[in-house]
Write a protein that binds this ligand. Structure first.
Ligand SMILES: Cc1cc2nc3c(=O)[nH]c(=O)nc-3n(C[C@H](O)[C@H](O)[C@H](O)COP(=O)(O)O)c2cc1C
Length: 166
């Protein structure tokens, strides 16, 4: 096997492994300099620390969200409900400037928030670092609102929902 074959095999195996990691899904949103809402669907977010309350995002450096998010300095992580798969897919495939057209959302303190999200976490950008294709953003939490509900889940390329144990 050549080195590039080895690399391709490693990438395929890694992708296959990560597809089996079930994730919650969020629309990460901000507003641009003109006040227009911006957002993408994301699974690459995780809590970082409780002291201070903070989280990590990994955003592809080519994603439409990155420039407005960094310019604004504030963003919202809107964790989606089980019945919001369609809204989620819109935030993957629709042109960025049309994504909010079919979504129920409201502007709150300068950030576009998703109605019916099961939780929304408002953050300030604290730190950024590049790795490979992505920018890793550390956000410090200003506020978390938790209406609750059943989460949307993404696993093996498909949307689903959790079946709870006893
Ligand atoms: C379930 C799912 C999760 C995603 N998670 C991320 C993510 O964590 N980070 C990221 O940069 N892109 C992620 N994407 C891709 C972006 O949602 C999508 O590529 C982006 O909206 C397209 O870029 P654009 O906004 O420049 O058109 C994900 C896509 C899907 C379907």
């Amino acid at each position: 096997m050549s080195q590039s074959d080895n690399q391709a095999a490693l990438e395929g195996d890694f992708r296959a492994a990560m597809r089996l990691l079930a994730s919650g899904v969020a629309l990460v949103t901000t507003s641009d300099a003109a006040g227009a809402p911006c957002g993408i669907a994301m699974t690459a977010f995780m809590s970082l620390s409780m002291d201070p309350p903070s989280l990590l995002l990994a955003i592809n450096r080519t994603a439409s969200l990155l420039a407005p998010l960094e310019a604004n300095g504030r963003f919202a992580v809107n964790i989606l409900a089980a019945d919001q798969a369609q809204a989620c897919q819109t935030f993957v495939t629709a042109p960025p400037d049309t994504r909010f057209d079919t979504l129920a959302w409201r502007m709150d303190d300068g950030l576009p928030l998703v109605e019916s999200a099961i939780a929304t976490i408002l953050c300030r950008v604290e730190h950024t670092a590049d790795f490979g294709s992505h920018r890793v953003i550390t956000g410090v939490v200003d506020k978390a609102v938790v209406p609750g509900g059943e989460p949307l889940v993404y696993v093996d390329g498909r949307y689903g929902q959790v079946t709870r144990g006893e």
